[in-house]
Ligand binder design. Structure first.
Ligand SMILES: [Zn+2]
Length: 91
């Protein structure tokens, strides 16, 4: 019974919509999604806080990287950014 309940909670944490949203998040930021997918992501973001945080972190990271002159974003810097984004996602 208990494990059954835990299973229900677990399923809540693994919302397939969240999976999908995060999978297409960089395309969403780049406006590379087709209209239907973009609508789905937008709808999801209206109520899902964790995905909102994920997207906004990714968006600011991407724009920061793009604002750097070419060549300035060294591999070690990109590595630090990747770590920061990863830690953000672990919250
Ligand atoms: Zn979500």
């Amino acid at each position: 019974m208990v494990s059954r309940l835990l299973g229900l909670f677990k399923r809540g944490d693994e919302d397939p919509d969240c999976h999908e949203v995060r999978g297409v998040s960089s395309d969403y930021i780049d406006s590379d999604l087709d209209h239907a997918s973009e609508e789905r992501v937008r709808k999801h973001l209206e109520w899902c806080g964790p995905c909102n945080a994920f997207i906004s972190t990714l968006r600011s990271t991407v724009s920061m990287l793009r604002s750097l002159p070419k060549g300035e974003a060294s591999e070690s810097f990109r590595e630090r950014v990747r770590e920061a984004v990863k830690n953000e996602g672990d919250d």
